[in-house]
Structure formats: structure tokens, C-alpha cells
Design a protein around this ligand. Structure first.
Ligand code: GDP
Length: 195
């Protein structure tokens, strides 16, 4: 499933712009700067695929990438920008809700959490939205190379406690480093086994 290059399909700003639901897809959500672009690039082995920099407050799109003929990887707009205009935030929340509750082929959401920071209030909000949309989600800790074992274990406990409050949470947490490649094969395998 993860052999070969990924390609950018399109950026979507409304439900009417979604590509045909002709294959399964997984989506990636996370606070801005969590390492989402880096993770998607590492997963697909395609450098520069997902933009590694985002402009705070700028209108963002739901970005579709192919991974082989049978899977879409979906990059959701980063959240938690302090300065994003309310109108834009509201517009995105509406699209996000529509997408999460209306996309039949969505098999799992991956919620990215910085291994140094743990689950923040905005992450919890997204998890609630996933609960109400009945989308199974799995936590991926990013930048694992930046934390020592003791700190990592502390954050893991915090994340486990946060997940226990969410009915849609899948209990297994995936520890990754896009920089070192840790956990990337494991995450590919998880995605490859979704049906
Ligand atoms: P995005 O805003 O969530 O798409 O985040 P990016 O992928 O652009 O990453 C934000 C910053 O974190 C960049 O400076 C990356 O180089 C850095 N970064 C991302 N992943 C890792 C990682 O696994 N390890 C380390 N050390 N840095 C990372």
C-alpha cells in the first residue's frame, strides 16, 4: 500500500469539492506546528508533498493525497492558531463537522499530539467532535526524538487519561519521529490494515 510515490490531488474548501468516494481514506488532524506535514511526507516517503510550513490565519484547505490507487491520505487544516479571524475559524469548523460526519469512506482519524506537550484543550475539542461524528481516532505522538524517556512516559500517561474520556478513541498510541523515522513503519502498517 505504501510502495510508490504519493501525489497531491486537490485542496478542498467545500463538501462539493471532495473527490469521488471511490476508495478508503484516513485523515490527519493536529495543532499547527505539531509536525503534520513532516509526518505525511515521512509516511509517503515523498519529500515536499505536504507543505512543511503553514501561514497562521490563512485560509486553509482539506488537502487530498493519493497513496497508491486504493487509499487517500487527507491533511486537515492545522488548528489552534491564536490569531485566526473568527469568521475563518467558524467556516472551517463547519466544513470540518460536515466532512467528519458525512464522509462514508473515512476509516480513521489520526490526531497528532506533540510528545513534549501532551493533549491541550484544542485537541480535546477535536476529539469531542470525532466522538459526536462517530469517527474512530488514534493518537500519534510526534517529535518523539525531542523527549527523554521519563518525560515521554509522563506525556503518555496524560494522553492515556485524556483518551479514556473519549468513546471514539482507539486505545493504542503511536510514538513517531519523522526526523528519525521511528514509528513510521508501524503507522503505515496500521493504515494498511484498515478496511
Ligand atoms: P505542521 O505545521 O503540523 O505541518 O508541522 P511541520 O511538519 O511543518 O513541522 C513543524 C516543525 O517541527 C518543523 O520545524 C519541523 O522540522 C519540526 N518537526 C516535525 N517533525 C519532527 C520530528 O519528528 N522531530 C523533530 N525534531 N522535529 C520535527
Amino acid at each position: 500500500l505504501f510502495a510508490g510515490q504519493s501525489e497531491f490531488v486537490k485542496g478542498v474548501v467545500a463538501m462539493s469539492g471532495l473527490p469521488p468516494a471511490d476508495r478508503i481514506e484516513v485523515c490527519f488532524a493536529g495543532r499547527s506546528n505539531v509536525g503534520k506535514s513532516s509526518l505525511i511526507n515521512a509516511l509517503t516517503g515523498t519529500k515536499g508533498l505536504a507543505r512543511a510550513s503553514n501561514t497562521p490565519g490563512r485560509t486553509q484547505e482539506i488537502n487530498y493525497f493519493t497513496q497508491g490507487p486504493d487509499l487517500y491520505l487527507v491533511d486537515l487544516p492545522g488548528y489552534g492558531y491564536a490569531n485566526a479571524p473568527l469568521k475563518i475559524v467558524e467556516k472551517w469548523q463547519k466544513l470540518l463537522k460536515q466532512y467528519l460526519s458525512g464522509r462514508q469512506t473515512l476509516r480513521r482519524a489520526f490526531v497528532l499530539i506533540d510528545a513534549r506537550h501532551g493533549v491541550k484543550a484544542v485537541d480535546d475539542e477535536i476529539m469531542k467532535l470525532l466522538d459526536t461524528s462517530a469517527v474512530t481516532f488514534q493518537c500519534v505522538l510526534t517529535k518523539a526524538d525531542k523527549v527523554k524517556a521519563a518525560e515521554r512516559d509522563k506525556v503518555l500517561s496524560q494522553v492515556r487519561a485524556a483518551l479514556s474520556k473519549h468513546p471514539a478513541a482507539y486505545p493504542e498510541i503511536v510514538l513517531t519521529s519523522s526526523e528519525k523515522g521511528d514509528g513510521i513503519a508501524a503507522l503505515r502498517s496500521i493504515i494498511a490494515h484498515l478496511e
